[in-house]
Write a protein that binds this ligand. Structure first.
Ligand code: ZN
Length: 206
């Protein structure tokens, strides 16, 4: 009687092997989950210089149609100069059928991008590295861009993730927390010093 072939010993061996296989399986399947964690958005600033008044027309969908992702904010700084919300690579995007009238997008990495629709006199070239806060052009109208409703000069600042519109809800610009509302062209900023700005509104960006 050696004991090696006893049912009890066989069960112990089977349990040990089963535990080992389970542990390896968990380790292998755990790896892709760990690397698939969503990349956080870049640290973003308002796309214009501090020390001036600005107007925000509120948060809304890119096309202005109800029911979609609210990834656009209308902004009009007093000096009308548009700056990069974060560092990244400039993408001049041509409008179909409107050659020579591109609109500007900046890729920030990890699939995040900001769009600067209605920027005119774009001063950066396609593929150019842009520093955070760098001037990229001037506030224009839909007539300066690829079309849309012409409701006066302002920047239509959009947020994108992996090529799809990403809501501004719970995002931050210069430490202002953004909250969207179901109604279009509304929403609120919670300022770093504890004030609430209900949009649309003028606000001092100091
Ligand atoms: Zn807009």
């Amino acid at each position: 009687m050696t004991g090696y072939s006893s049912p009890a010993a066989g069960n112990r061996l089977f349990r040990r092997l089963f535990s080992l296989v389970l542990a390896i399986g968990l380790a292998v399947t755990g790896l892709p989950q760990a690397t698939a964690a969503p990349a956080p958005p870049p640290s973003m600033e308002f796309p214009f210089a501090r020390g001036q008044w600005a107007y925000s027309g509120g948060i809304h969908t890119d096309t202005g149609e109800n029911g979609g992702v609210q990834n656009a904010i209308d902004l009009l700084p007093t000096d009308r100069r548009v700056r990069a919300a974060a560092a990244g690579t400039a993408r001049r995007i041509d409008c179909p059928g409107k050659q020579g009238v591109p609109w500007l997008k900046i890729d920030h990495g990890n699939g995040w991008a900001t769009g600067y629709y209605q920027t005119k006199d774009i001063s950066v070239y396609d593929g150019q590295w842009i520093n955070a806060g760098q001037e990229v052009g001037w506030v224009g109208t839909a007539l300066d861009a690829c079309g849309g409703a012409n409701v006066g000069e302002h920047l239509h600042l959009t947020l994108w993730k992996d090529g799809r519109p990403n809501s501004w809800h719970d995002m931050w610009l210069s430490g202002y927390k953004i909250t969207t509302e179901p109604r279009q062209w509304s929403g609120r900023f919670d300022t770093p010093d504890g004030r609430i700005i209900w949009l649309p509104a003028d606000f001092r960006y100091s």
